[in-house]
Design a binder for this molecule. Sequence first.
Ligand code: PLP
Length: 388
Amino acid sequence: MSRAYFDHNATTPPDPMVIEAMARALKEDFGNPSSVHHFGQRAKAVLDEARSAVAELVGGEPAEVVFTSGGTESDNMALRGAAEALESAAAATPRRHVITSSIEHEAVLNTVKALTRRGWTSTLLPVDASGIVSPGSLASAITRETGIVSVMHANNEIGTVQPLADLAAIAHEHGAIFHTDAVQSVAKIPVDVRALGVDLLTLSAHKFNGPKGVGVLWIRRGTRLVSTMTGGKHERNRRGGTENVPGIAGLGVAARLARKKLDGEAQRIAALRDRLEHGILSTVGGTAVNGAPSPRVPNTTNISFDGVEAESLLIALDLEGFAVSTGSACSSGTLEPSHVLRAMGLPSHRTQNSIRFSLGAGNTEAEVDALVTKLPGVVAKLRSLVRR
Ligand code: PLP
């Protein structure tokens, strides 16, 4: 049976050039990048190349790029590191208030919860029915005590893109640091840290055809952050531990490829996504798209199917050779309704009946058409079972 993968927001297959670069780094550049000798310097050159590639992809400087073990660690480092720096600052008004949105990934939501356990207060900004955080709601929530604002760039479940530049400007007017989790936007839409005005930005290689277990926290020069991974003087003292040279080699190649392909590929993927979305809405009754159609990353659509439990549809589609998701990978299998769809105020029959289709480099028109052809029958069968 041929299989089609429509779950690129969970992870993506590494590009063959990424695999090649990683194998080369494992074999030939095995030195410790901190060593002074030839072998060490070869490995360091791999890090330098990847640092430049990432900096170019997001519009920053290489010295602002800190390699981590992925999106989760970068989110932790941003929030915990900024919090610790603020805790040690001798300010007349202590800043111990963090603001985030109600639709963040667990890597941010649970880290904010951890901050509240050590004395911080937190505010979760609401989203409207389209899944957007309004700058007005941030302006109302922010106070002189707010130290950190963290709002994701694109949402992993519905793909909506937040008005980051406006949000970051409000945070800065009030003297707060602005972090964004850009794991789902980097390599899908242009991301420019200067134009967005952010201080800290998280990205993860495995979401754009790089390897798992490697990511970046981009730290604007001058941003105060205490290292949360204490150890040696790696990454300019910002993250201890010998760097994952093969993983970073793969990340660098993925970043270069993403930058080169961004325009054309984004258009191709958006056309496929729109073909899929239109195909489903016009052939399967009782369906609706969740979240604003725009601004949205080009590869994502989240659709509710009336009268069908999402997990059953996911399994039925898997049996037919189509891999989709019920929302964020971390919460799949729990049968918990999506916190994102709930925050948007969707009724429970929609929060439990929604499927995320996320497209990527390997997808073709033929795969989209095959899925659109299969879906009406699969959905009709599941609905008939429920009615019995
Ligand atoms: N943030 C967002 C928005 C994500 O979608 C993910 C992954 O699903 C993460 C963070 C975590 O990234 P990683 O898997 O690299 O730890």
